[in-house]
Design a protein around this ligand. Sequence first.
Ligand code: GLP
Length: 241
Amino acid sequence: MRVIKGKDYKDMSRKAANIISAEIITKPDCVLGLATGSSPIGIYENLVHWYEQDDLDFSQVRSVNLDEYKGLPKDNDQSYDYFMHQYLFNKVNIKPENINIPNGMEEDAQKECARYNQVLEEIGGVDLQLLGIGHNGHIGFNEPGEAFEKETHCVDLTESTINANKRFFEKEEDVPRQAYTMGIKSIMKAKKILLIISGKEKAGIVKEAFFGPVTPKVPASILQLHNDVILVADADALSEV
Ligand code: GLP
């Protein structure tokens, strides 16, 4: 794992956006694995800015998102579909048919997971997977457990995740209790993984996940076994290592 230290959130975001930008420039039809949460917002702002300056072209880029809340319609402003359109897709020239996100409104979990696995299969491999990390070490919505879940699955979100994500909702009861997420095997199959982490409150999990044992109790720890991971983190997130 290569570690790139940014001074702060802004610096981390620009450095990470440069890595994605290099991927799009060198492989215009690349497959990007995309993530949500507060961490990647600064990256998307940089990418939009460079697109507006004519430095980036998304016309052949294909994307697969990591996860989506189960039960939230696309037009709910807390759905990940809404987030991605708000911060990136509506602002660049990516083609709608090249965008893939799990469908949170599909009630039949088995059907949706099978459909998304098929999407991942057909797209032929992710070139660059962007990842954030949850406070409990989750990636996508792969929560801590007894085993690594391999493929797309429907998860019951942990109390810690519901707690961390309630800041985006009006009240805690509004936070969905389930989500669809790409599995660990699908994430690990990406050619390159770009992990971004910011803030003091993530310093503990950075140490545990990347300097401790590989265990499904800390899902992000599996990334230690991938041979092309770049961690771009700010000084606060790296303060305990
Ligand atoms: C959510 C997402 C993750 C994200 C995590 C951290 O639970 N499913 O993909 O990495 O939150 O979010 P944040 O960047 O807001 O701390």
